[in-house]
Design a binder for this molecule. Sequence first.
Ligand SMILES: *Cc1c(COP(=O)(O)O)cnc(C)c1O
Length: 374
Amino acid sequence: MSARIHYTKPSITELEVEYATDAARHGWGERCYEYLGRFERQFKAHVATEFAIATSSCTGALHIGMAALGIGPGDEVIMADTNWIASAAPIVHLGAKPVFVDILPDSWCLDPARVQAAITPRTKAILAVHLYGNLCEMDRLLAIGEQYGIPVIEDAAEAIGSSYHGNRAGSMGIFGTFSFHGTKTVTTGEGGMFVTNNPSLYEAAITLSNHGRHASQPKQFWPDLLGFKYKMSNIQAAIGCAQLERIDELIEGKRRVFATYQAGLKDLPGVTLNPEPGGTQNGFWMPTAVFHTQLGIKRKDLQAALNPEGIDARVFFHPLSSLPMFDACPKNTNAYDIPERAINLPSYHDMTQADLDRVIAVVRKLYGAATREP
Ligand SMILES: *Cc1c(COP(=O)(O)O)cnc(C)c1O
């Protein structure tokens, strides 16, 4: 039996080990922020934003940014029903309410028409999450935001390597967030980033992220307001610096994996993978296959076919509104239907052709069996 194919794992070289070792040996005292400053500078340069704050997670970056925007009790934030809970939790923690709208059938990202229809006087922000690397329709969302005076936030945790008409995901909204969790395209083990081009929002966010201590406050240990503690460590940042030196290679790895799946499955009618519309680039964090209803291939069939072959089969996100802590919104028909006939395929950067062929063969075999049935 060949080795198990995990759905994802980081790409770590001697460079990451060297930098982390250096940070552990020397990155203290006067040098305790050296890798952190470097990581933030490198990241800003990559996404082309003016400001960046490294955080302990993307969840923390969202929490700080939403608090800096003044989101609080009674407010509503519109987002796609199809998402990981990390994007919704900070809204709830701030006392506001996530309003779940349906997704588009092709990008699996929030439907701008549904967003517009969900706007109320309480709407405080629109949260655009670029699902699995697929880009939201930013032109339309930003136009809606402008029309109603509502900021658009980008959760680009899954969209390293994705760009929309020349703009990197995460750089177009009022602020953007990223995750460097071990499953993401760029990793620091755990970690995140807040980016913005807005000086006053940056000011508010950096103060909140430092336990409410304003940079101009001369008194020691004097918080000016109640903030948060979501900082990244210098050792994590050291790993991040190495990853950013290799970022083109990391993105290329993800794109190669996707291209191989695409080539291996493209002759199967009714199987759709992540889209890459003209004028955009998809970082393809998570190659995902959706099977047309008529094929009758369900999530449980995919899991039953892949798991015994030693291949991780990760389920497409359940609708957040189907979870016990939220009210169900079954009218979000795409969000409720698509996960039932979809699967995330394994996609670590340096997956071998043989591993990719193994996954493709299992999917093709299942497809063949399903389509041969009367
Ligand atoms: C991974 C992920 C998060 C959470 O990131 P953490 O760094 O684990 O907090 C948030 N949003 C999206 C879209 C993600 O994929």
